[in-house]
Design a protein around this ligand. Structure first.
Ligand SMILES: [Zn+2]
Ligand SMILES: [Zn+2]
Length: 92
């Protein structure tokens, strides 16, 4: 599936389904978002499922989080075709 990532807004990119409230936290029937692989991997590297369920359960909340803001600023400059390395959170 190709389209525009809801987080970094890069278009013509391979998309994956992200459960805004992780399934492990009871979110299987709750809204999902379509994210590129880089954004998806980055979210799960930065936050635990619990954190996502409690604090970051919408795209707007995610975009507003300090750690992700820095990542988004950077990823928007990366071409959609380039494979990117996932940065791990240092606070974990
Ligand atoms: Zn993205
Ligand atoms: Zn996910």
């Amino acid at each position: 599936m190709r389209g525009t990532c809801e987080l970094c807004s890069r278009s013509e990119i391979e998309l994956t389904v992200h459960h805004l409230t992780p399934r492990e936290e009871g979110g299987s029937l709750l809204p999902t978002a379509l994210l590129c692989k880089s954004c998806h991997k980055q979210i799960h590297a930065l936050y635990s499922n619990r954190e996502l369920a409690i604090r970051l359960y919408t795209i707007i909340l995610l975009k507003d989080d300090e750690a992700l803001k820095k990542y988004l600023k950077w990823i928007k400059k990366q071409p959609a075709t380039k494979a990117v390395r996932t940065k791990k959170s240092k606070t974990k």
